[in-house]
Design a protein around this ligand. Structure first.
Ligand SMILES: [Cu+2]
Length: 437
């Protein structure tokens, strides 16, 4: 890392050095890294592709002959590394007769095949893929009235193959193997000691930036953790509210999109009003190499992320997480609270419950003021909200982003309410098909 960028250094410490050679030269490049994270080098014009290397693997060497003059790009093909700086130039000069000797036609053919790669077939589905969907009922209990104290948390960052959709898998990057990561709950005035451990099996560096933290880039500045290592930060929860946390390691949008986000609730001293049920839901946008519904193992697509054109949207990490895998349930007459956040990385949510009104909304996660009787509330990427409502009538209530094209891309959650139907609240009069309760 140099000035916040990830780079190649030569023996003199030159950043992304220009490599120089003459046509006909054979080049031997030896690459090494002191980091746990893996890197590689590719030079597509000469079909060069090194093995991944890291501190654990030791150095790797590539050898190739340069057959044409020109300026050629080398870069690291590990996702995100080129975007944050691992890229340089190989300059090849040649005697005029050498380039003249090369038949023009064959030259063009070589360049053409490098510049226009065929559409990649999708990789086979990962047979070891596990569910990464976070249980929406995994909400820590209210803390009650207590004095500020020291709270210790340990979180592990884990990269793993996860189920994205029926017959489709994806390489998720996670906090504690779930998307979103664990919900944290502390009291205003508490001091939190947070240890972030990056699993030995990781290929990337990871970190945590909590929006509830003052200073140190929210913790992101001092928690850049290489595979197999741990780092600890201590901070004071100075402001009550519901806050997003996320990985802050470049390429940050990739780390967030791949699942590295969660919520931390900082309760005010008096706590929040008591409710019967609390749920934890987060929205994310995903960018994959192939369209939604393609069977196989989807790769992350940096270009689609850059263009902000998601192929999937999810609540709690995967398609169907909150419609099939987990059930959110309540009984008529109960009060329900949803801690809702948008990990993103890019898309806002028009959060809405079909057939319900949010009795109270703590807009933007701020507990200091409440809005009443809200139909749809906007939640920014890296933002959160708390919604409270009483369920007065049985049925299946869909929680959605009211940008409704996103439902077909995976974005829906279902709250099942059981109990007596009060005809004063709602009544179908034309005798058609009844609701399925
Ligand atoms: Cu990360």
């Amino acid at each position: 890392m140099a000035d916040g960028k990830m780079v190649y250094l030569d023996a003199k410490g030159q950043v992304n050095p220009v490599l120089r050679a003459k046509v006909g030269d054979t080049i031997e490049l030896t690459l090494a890294s002191g980091e746990g994270a893996e890197h590689d080098i590719v030079i597509p014009d000469f079909k060069v592709q090194s093995k991944p290397f890291s501190a654990a693997s030791g150095p790797t060497t590539v050898r190739f002959t340069v057959t044409q003059s020109g300026s050629f790009t080398y870069y690291c093909s590990i996702p995100g590394h080129r975007q944050i700086g691992m890229e340089g130039v190989l300059e090849v000069t040649g005697p005029a007769d050498a380039s003249a000797a090369a038949p023009k036609g064959s030259n063009t053919a070589v360049l053409g095949s490098a510049a226009a790669p065929a559409v990649k077939p999708i990789a086979a589905v990962a047979t070891d893929a596990v569910s990464i969907a976070m249980d929406p009922t995994a909400v820590p209990k209210p803390l009650g009235q207590r004095a500020p104290q020291l709270v210790k948390y340990s979180i592990e960052t884990v990269e793993l193959a996860g189920k994205l959709d029926d017959g489709t898998t994806f390489t998720y990057w996670t906090f504690d193997k779930k998307v979103p990561g664990p919900m944290l709950r502390v009291k205003k005035g508490d001091t939190i000691e947070l240890t972030l451990t990056n699993a030995r099996s990781s290929k990337m560096i990871h970190s945590i930036d909590l929006h509830a933290v003052t200073g140190g880039h929210g913790g992101g500045e001092h928690t850049q953790v290489a595979p197999g290592e741990s780092k600890t930060v201590r901070f004071k929860a100075m402001n009550a509210g519901l806050y997003v946390y996320h990985c802050a390691t470049p390429d940050v949008p990739h780390h967030i999109s791949a699942g590295m986000y969660g919520l931390i609730l900082v309760e005010p001293p008096e706590g929040l009003p008591k409710v019967d049920r609390e749920f934890y839901v987060m929205q994310g946008d995903l960018y994959t190499s192939h369209k939604k519904g393609t069977k196989g193992h989807q790769a992350y697509d940096t270009d689609k992320a850059s263009d902000e054109l998601p192929t999937y949207y999810t609540f709690n990490g995967s398609v169907g997480a909150l419609t099939k895998e987990f059930r959110m349930q309540a009984k008529v007459g109960e009060t329900v609270r949803v801690y809702f956040g948008v990990g993103g990385p890019n898309k806002s949510s028009a959060f809405h419950a079909i057939g319900e009104i949010f009795g109270k909304v703590y807009s933007e996660g701020s507990i200091s003021s409440v809005r009443r009787d809200v139909q749809t509330t906007t939640v920014a990427p890296g933002g959160a909200t708390i919604v409270d409502f009483k369920v007065d009538y049985p049925g299946k209530y869909l929680l959605v982003d009211h940008a409704l094209s996103r439902v077909a891309k995976g974005l829906a959650a279902s709250l099942e309410v059981t109990g007596p139907a009060d005809s004063a609240v709602y009544q179908p009069l034309s005798g058609g098909a009844h609701a399925d309760h």
